[in-house]
Ligand binder design. Structure first.
Ligand code: ATP
Ligand code: MG
Length: 370
């Protein structure tokens, strides 16, 4: 894996290697309408204790990325076309299903976007948590039940002992979400993939769940991949942000750089489209108004040298030089630790960038209480 060179002043100084390193991942689905390229050349790293946010519009490939990490892509119709997914240096794409069973839940757990995916309505909540524990830990039924009660208590479910015997439909939406988190956390994973964990919840419960994740992260040293389209949640919680569009990374930076110095017009469009308190506008800025404005592309540093942000609906620059694999897109490090999806122009081809890898954590900044 490529290493981080110069960290921003605020970043952590002692950098262990990444916990997860995804390189050039491509996933497609064969559908009646043809091939859908869900993820196309995605690279990212997640470091221990980091909150890594994956953002982008519906259908851009966020869930597929998470499912690919856990090897849960249905094949067929899905196909992992290329790439590697290293967990502590071990390529998950090369593991057998039997080996993956040990990774799922134990090393990496997931809170699914669809709660129905993880909770079976015909079994009690307790049975389901206990089963997950028995699968991964060398304990008996009684000990597993105790761990389950402790996990439910930890996520703030009142009367966990009694609630163990309840069925999923007897829980409110927020409590069901907590059950899912309890189930995911009962085995103490190193990495939690949280796919829109709060979208279906009201803001108060949403804040409670995010606080809970923060607490667990702090206490257990777990890393979190937070999939969301809520930029407010990103601003409050993320260390590193990866913005995706049409299966590709368009921007990748630490959370402060991304919000203060966004370089890709799509990211600027996303940020500009959030209504701000106290601002009177006759019309909301939409993402489209920004990405369709040619002037926005010229704002990129080194544009004059031939570095142009990539965008699928725009014609490529004249000197685009596709790679031997035919790819005209590349992730370019436009500033230290700040990557932008660019056209592979002659200049970009001559100045290759390392793959994105940022060890930054906001709580590791000097003077910030952990
Ligand atoms: N099982 C499948 N069969 C066919 N196409 C699929 C399948 N799963 C995902 N896709 C396609 O892959 C693309 C990426 O989907 P994905 O679920 O990752 O989007 P997402 O970014 O998670 O969106 P959302 O914010 O709506 O959850 C979409 O075009 C989707 O239609
Ligand atoms: Mg999704």
């Amino acid at each position: 894996m490529t290493s981080v060179q110069t960290q921003p002043a605020a970043a952590e100084t002692t950098k262990p290697g990444p916990l997860l390193a995804v390189a050039d991942l491509a996933v497609s689905f064969a559908t009646a309408d043809g091939n859908v390229q869900a993820v196309d050349g995605l690279s990212l790293t997640i470091h221990p204790r980091q909150t890594f946010a994956l953002v982008g519009e519906s259908g851009c490939g966020k869930s597929v990325t998470a499912l690919a990490i856990l090897q849960l892509i249905p094949q067929p119709p899905g196909r992992i076309e290329r790439g590697s997914i290293l967990l502590d240096g071990r390529d998950l794409l090369r593991l057998s299903e039997k080996q993956m069973l040990k990774v799922r839940g134990k090393d990496i757990a997931m809170i699914f976007q669809e709660p129905t995916t993880s909770l079976n309505p015909v079994y009690t909540v307790g049975d389901q948590i206990v089963e997950a524990i028995l699968l991964h830990q060398d304990v008996n039924n009684k000990e597993a039940a105790e761990i389950a009660i402790a996990a439910m208590h930890e996520v703030g479910i009142p009367n966990p002992k009694q609630r163990l015997r309840a069925y999923p439909h007897q829980f409110s939406g927020g409590m069901r979400q907590r059950v899912m988190i309890a189930m995911a956390l009962a085995c103490q994973p190193k990495l939690l993939l949280a796919d829109e964990p709060t979208t279906a919840l009201d803001v108060t419960i949403q804040a409670q769940i995010l606080e809970l994740l923060k607490k667990l992260k702090r206490e257990r040293g777990m890393a979190v991949m937070l999939i969301t389209h809520d930029l407010g949640v990103v601003a409050e919680n993320a260390d590193v942000v990866c913005v995706m569009y049409a299966g590709r990374v368009v921007e990748y930076a630490n959370v402060f750089d991304l919000f203060a110095k966004s370089h890709h017009p799509y990211t600027r469009g996303l940020l500009a489209s959030i209504p701000k308190l106290g601002e009177t506008k006759h019309r909301l800025t939409t993402v489209d108004t920004v990405v369709n404005d040619p002037q926005e592309y010229k704002k990129l540093p080194e544009y004059h040298k031939g570095v142009v942000p990539w965008w699928p609906t725009l014609p490529p620059p004249d000197d685009v030089a596709p790679s031997s694999g035919g790819d005209a897109y590349v992730l370019h490090e436009i500033a230290p630790n700040h990557w932008v999806g660019c056209w592979r122009t002659a200049y970009v081809a001559q100045h290759p960038s390392p793959r994105p890898d940022i060890a930054f954590r906001r709580d590791a900044r000097p003077g910030v209480a952990r």
